[in-house]
Design a protein around this ligand. Sequence first.
Ligand code: NDP
Length: 444
Amino acid sequence: MNIQKIMSSLEAKHPGELEYLQAVKEVLLSIEDIYNQHPEFEKVKIIERLVEPDRIFTFRVTWVDDKGEVQTNLGYRVQFNSAIGPYKGGLRLHPSVNLGIIKFLGFEQIFKNSLTGLPIGGGKGGSDFDPKGKSDREIMAFCQSFMTELCKYIGADTDVPAGDIGTGAREIGFMFGQYKRIRGVYEGVLTGKGLSYGGSLARTEATGYGLLYLTQELLKLNGIDIAGKTACVSGSGNVAIYAIEKATQLGVKVLTCSDSNGWVYDPDGIDEKKLAYIFELKNLYRGRIREYAEEYGCKYVEGGRPWGEKCDIAMPSATQNELDGDDARTLLANGCFAVSEGANMPSTPEAIEQFLAAKILYAPGKAANAGGVSVSGLEMTQNSMKISWTAEEVDQKLKQIMHDIHEQCTRYGKESDSYTNYVKGANIAGFMKVAKSMVEQGVL
Ligand code: NDP
């Protein structure tokens, strides 16, 4: 594989799609050796096919705000790869959304979904719509207009979107209602649905809980008990909240969380009661994390990120490239020995280089946050079988999936000095299954 040639060609074809190019390069560097041992992959040009999405939909989303003004946003759905199952991946609603970001997320999703062991391909979508500060009616107007177009491209057996940044239970509900109204079918076309209309128990918690199950495995393999450790978390959304909840249940003291305005440091730890406050603040009042510091009298820092605080474990759970080389150096200097990613690609390439060089325990998002899509996959199964599993059953399956993901990472990521490189392990394990399926299905 000639990585330089492939990257130059992609850079020329897709200039400015920086996050997508970053995600592709990371995977290619990880799989290069194993790819070169499989001439059957090169023969049918697996890489050249894998790095380009099957198809991309871009559409206009027009809606009317509370002042009666007409607003226009851009909508996207990228159907990246369906070698092992229907396209599956969330919908991001955030003003920063552009095609490069959706393509990076869709590309990552191929390998993550493969790692789960479930029959799901990779896709992603979203819009540059900003849900912040919008009324429920405005959110509904946007979601209905968005789904009016999106419903032409998705379906329970073809492409099943879910939540992501800015898309939670409220947005999924509005979108599901509109899909049903237009298509006239009641099917599991979205996951993350409400429990009264086809949602799975434990889906809301799945990404955060899965993150901790994997982190626990990581530490256990190295003879470290997670109880009694300290952690810094970023974000205060779906992933962060349930990561903090499970961490606290496992005896970890979580010192920080954040939103896009700033971060809080609570030396006593974010316990169950304080977490319930954050949950209400974020999901009911749609407030800012600064209010937590006012409520509990602790430190609030406007802007920036919490990586300067001393901790054993860092769990970036907000967004991509939120932890850079300098942050990594600071974390390492402060004794941090494990980094588990709740967000997708939160660490920059330079930060990852630092973690791997220091040989700390480092679990990339692809493996560490795969619990969300895993339970989405379980939601699809329950919908098609028209049954519901109990929360305990789903949690048990989630634990098993995270355990299996960890095993695959160690199987493919073990280096000669017996250090486990989880980046390599996750990328190779995810890639092999997809590549073999593509070969067996012929040149498409
Ligand atoms: P939410 O929208 O629920 O929460 C996102 C959190 O991150 C909020 O606190 C938000 O602050 C903060 N944030 C978002 N963008 C930025 C930014 N540019 N700078 C600083 N802070 C930011 O999203 P999720 O919790 O669902 O997603 C978080 C991450 O986890 C994303 O990378 C997502 O792709 C990934 N992920 C999510 C899964 C899921 O099941 N939901 C599954 C797997 C991965 P504010 O409210 O101020 O915007």
